[in-house]
Structures are given as structure tokens and as C-alpha cells.
Design a protein around this ligand. Structure first.
Ligand SMILES: NC(=O)c1ccc[n+]([C@@H]2O[C@H](COP(=O)([O-])OP(=O)(O)OC[C@H]3O[C@@H](n4cnc5c(N)ncnc54)[C@H](O)[C@@H]3O)[C@@H](O)[C@H]2O)c1
Length: 356
């Protein structure tokens, strides 16, 4: 995979205790990388990080990305080849309640990281993970392309738009692709992915975790925006995109130092009601839903990504369609409810994905 580029490479992952971070650490371990993590404790209880014993495959440091000196020292100690930045406050509703904290973590986190990278000579590639929500949403039916206007209505989306602007400013000012060969040799990119689903997510106010929690309580799942269309994809899809991009950044640096979209095929941009209907069918007895009509904070109705660039230039394509992704989640949850070893279940799903 990826020409064995990750084998024995030091990869520094911020946010390794989170949902995507835990899956990424397991994938990197599968590829033979030496994985180092920097994050706060897992944001949920239970968490994939704990349930799949991810700490066994990571050299973990529990600290805050807002602490510049600790982050800088940690990078200096590790001397990583690649840095993947996932640490964030990633929830729209939480950001309405805690806007200052959301901006502090999501904006100063990337400022601190990129500034610390300036003083860490070993780093060849940095990937800042933002979101499809970083675009100014025009409520149109077309997918957003990487050259579209950055915006973000709510504090979370907007903080990720800011994170994109910070990345661009640092790239222009300190890691300019034009000076790549003769000075810094560090490639900086950002990745914008859509709604990620998979086993092991317990975040508040996300559709799949809400669905699983409702089933466990023997209740109907309440859905808030049944007609909202999102680019749903299994968590391993964008993570593989990040790895494909990271490989290019390591080998061809400056040509890939830009922003990249990773999303599902157009036909997999489904509305919330379709997803829950499908999940109920796959789950079988005990699963049902109802629409929650109470007033909700603003969320976009249409959001799709145009991923032509990643397909053409990285050769990255989505592998699992939305039905397969939902089936894998049901398999994962049923394995958990039967007390199976969840590290093994994750590794089997990773193996299956790479084989597919
Ligand atoms: N899950 C999705 O659907 C989705 C979609 C698009 C983009 N993203 C982005 O992917 C990244 C990971 O998302 P996730 O779903 O895994 O989130 P998560 O909440 O599960 O994990 C967040 C991680 O960030 C860490 N963190 C939070 N505040 C921190 C701080 N002050 N200092 C250090 N670490 C801190 C947490 O400890 C955790 O490890 C985020 O940047 C998010 O914006 C997620």
C-alpha cells in the first residue's frame, strides 16, 4: 500500500484519541508506521481509543494544542516525518454553546502546530484536516470545488474556514512551494471531508451515534433535519485519502501543497431520512425513528463535495458505497454487543477495506 512509504515512518497525529484519530492510528499501524499521538483524553466515554486499545499502537502524549511550548517540544522530541492534524472541537451544536473554545482550539491549534513545524527540521509533510463545512454554503445542488469561497455559517464551520486560511497563510509565508527544493522541503496541505461514519463514534448530536444510543435504550431515534443532504462516507474513505495525499506530499512535495476534497460519489449524498431508513432495515427488529419537530439551530440543507481533483491527481476513489458503509457499522456494533475483541474487529475491517 502507498508503495510501502509509511513503513517505519514517524507519523505525528494530533487528535489521536478521537474517533477519526483512533481509526487512523490503527491504519497507520497496519501500514507499519511508527505512530505518535498528541491530544487531550478521549472526548467521549466509551471511546474507540479505549475500546480497541489503540494506546498499544501509539506513543501517546496527553496535552493541549493550545499550549504552544508543549506542542513544539513534543514535535522536537519525536522528529516526525509526517504530521496529520485532527485535534479539534468538531461539533456544530457544541460550537453554538462554546464558540470561544471552538475558535481557540480550531484556530490557535493549527497556528501553534504550523509555527512549531517551522522549528522541526524532520517534517516533510503536514496535513491539516478541516471539513466540507468550511465552504461558504450557497444551498446549491452542485458539489463544492477546492477553489470555492471559504466561509462557514456557524462557529464550528467558520473556525474550520479560519483554519484553512491560516494554513494558506503559513504555506505562502514560510513553506512556499516555490522555495520547496532550495529551502524548507516541507509540504503543507489541507483536506476537506464530509460526514464521516463508522463503528466507534460516540459523539453527541451525530446521526449514527444517536441511532445506536436510541437502540440501546430501546427507544425510537429522533431525527432533526430529515431532508438535509450530506456526503456520507465510511471513516476509512477520507483516512485513505489523507494517506494517499500524505504519500504524495512526502515524495513530490510542492506539487501537492494545496487543498483537497475527499467525499463519496454523488449518488451517496443522501438525506438523513434515507440513511436512517436504511439503517433500520439493516439493523432489523428493534430499530425505528421519528422526526423531532422542535426548533433547531441553523444547519445547511445541501452540502456536497466535488472530488474530481483527488480522483484525477491522486488516483483516490471511494471504495465502499453508503450501503456498504452502513452494513459495516451494523456489523461493528453487533460484534461489540456480543463482546468480541474490538481491536480485532477494527483490524479485520481495515484489512477488508484495503483488500477491496
Ligand atoms: N467526524 C466527522 O464526521 C468529521 C467530518 C469532517 C471533518 N472532521 C474533522 O476531523 C477531525 C477529527 O474529528 P473526530 O470526529 O475524530 O472528532 P473527535 O471529537 O472524536 O476527536 C477530536 C480529537 O481532538 C482532541 N482535542 C480536542 N480538543 C483538544 C485540545 N484543546 N488539545 C488537544 N487535543 C484536543 C480530542 O482529545 C480528540 O482526540 C476534526 O478536525 C474534525 O473537524 C470530522
Amino acid at each position: 500500500m502507498f508503495d510501502n512509504l509509511y513503513e517505519n515512518k514517524k507519523v505525528f497525529v494530533t487528535g489521536h484519541t478521537g474517533f477519526k484519530g483512533a481509526w487512523l492510528c490503527l491504519m497507520l499501524h497496519y501500514l507499519g508506521a511508527k505512530v505518535y499521538g498528541y491530544a487531550l483524553d478521549p472526548p467521549t466515554k466509551p471511546s474507540l481509543y479505549e475500546i480497541a486499545n489503540v494506546e498499544e499502537v501509539v506513543t501517546s502524549r496527553i496535552d493541549d494544542v493550545r499550549d504552544y511550548n508543549k506542542l513544539k517540544n513534543s514535535l522536537k522530541e519525536v522528529k516526525p516525518d509526517v504530521v496529520i492534524h485532527l485535534a479539534a472541537r468538531p461539533l456544530v451544536r457544541y460550537s453554538y454553546e462554546n464558540p470561544r473554545e471552538t475558535y481557540e482550539v480550531n484556530v490557535m491549534g493549527i497556528v501553534n502546530l504550523l509555527d512549531a513545524v517551522r522549528f522541526t527540521d524532520s517534517v516533510r509533510a503536514v496535513l491539516n484536516v478541516t471539513t466540507d463545512k468550511c465552504y461558504k454554503n450557497n444551498e446549491w445542488l452542485w458539489g463544492y470545488r477546492e477553489n470555492e469561497i471559504i466561509g462557514g455559517y456557524d462557529p464550528y464551520s467558520n473556525s474550520k474556514g479560519c483554519s484553512e486560511l491560516v494554513t494558506d497563510a503559513f504555506r505562502n509565508s514560510f513553506f512556499n512551494p516555490a522555495n520547496y527544493a532550495k529551502s524548507h522541503r516541507t509540504a503543507i496541505a489541507s483536506a476537506r471531508a464530509g460526514n464521516v461514519i463508522g463503528g466507534g463514534d460516540w459523539a453527541q448530536d451525530r446521526l449514527i451515534p444517536d441511532f445506536i444510543r436510541a437502540i440501546e435504550r430501546g427507544e425510537k431515534v429522533k431525527i432533526r433535519n430529515p431532508h438535509a443532504v450530506r456526503p456520507w462516507q465510511h471513516v476509512m474513505e477520507p483516512l485513505t485519502g489523507y494517506l494517499a495525499l500524505g504519500a504524495k506530499l512526502m515524495t513530490e512535495g510542492s506539487t501537492y501543497s494545496e487543498a483537497w476534497n475527499f467525499g463519496p460519489d454523488d449518488k451517496d449524498a443522501k438525506n438523513v431520512e434515507w440513511i436512517v431508513n436504511k439503517l433500520c432495515t439493516l439493523w432489523g427488529i428493534g430499530a425505528s425513528f421519528e422526526v423531532d419537530d422542535s426548533p433547531q439551530p441553523h444547519e445547511a440543507t445541501y452540502l456536497k463535495l466535488d472530488c474530481s481533483k483527488a480522483k484525477t491527481r491522486l488516483g483516490w476513489y471511494p471504495k465502499w458505497n453508503v450501503e456498504t458503509a452502513l452494513q459495516r457499522i451494523v456489523d461493528w456494533e453487533k460484534a461489540r454487543s456480543q463482546g468480541e475483541n474490538m481491536r480485532t474487529v477494527c483490524e479485520q475491517q481495515i484489512h477488508q477495506y484495503f483488500m477491496d
